[in-house]
Design a protein around this ligand. Structure first.
Ligand SMILES: [Zn+2]
Length: 107
């Protein structure tokens, strides 16, 4: 298994979205049982640090897909179920290739 560091940012098009790990304080993650959220205005992706590593990885991929969908959108955009399916599939592909994100233990 190859462990890669948590990305500090998601670069998509001409935009840089900062990845926030200690994201429990964001309103969206406090009020709901979300594992992650994206804010296009502030260009941030927040990941709920309280989740198991596999869920954090899926959430990061999920939000990255939302970023790409937003930046490169050519139509109505992807449905939430499509984003969820793609994220889970890509997470499975990465795991199958032996790639995992080295999430900090103290989240
Ligand atoms: Zn979503």
């Amino acid at each position: 298994m190859s462990r890669i560091p948590v990305p500090k940012a998601i670069i998509c098009g001409s935009h840089v979205y900062k990845v926030l790990l200690n994201a429990k304080k964001t309103a969206g993650l406090q009020d709901r049982d979300n594992r992650g959220e994206v804010n296009h205005r502030t260009q941030t992706v927040a990941i709920n640090g309280g989740c198991p590593d596999s869920q954090k990885t899926e959430a990061l991929i999920h939000e990255a897909i939302h970023v790409a969908d937003y930046v490169f959108r050519s139509g109505e955009g992807l449905k939430e179920t499509q984003v969820a399916c793609l994220a889970e599939g890509l997470a499975q592909i990465l795991a199958g290739w032996g790639i995992e994100i080295d999430w900090p233990k103290c989240q």
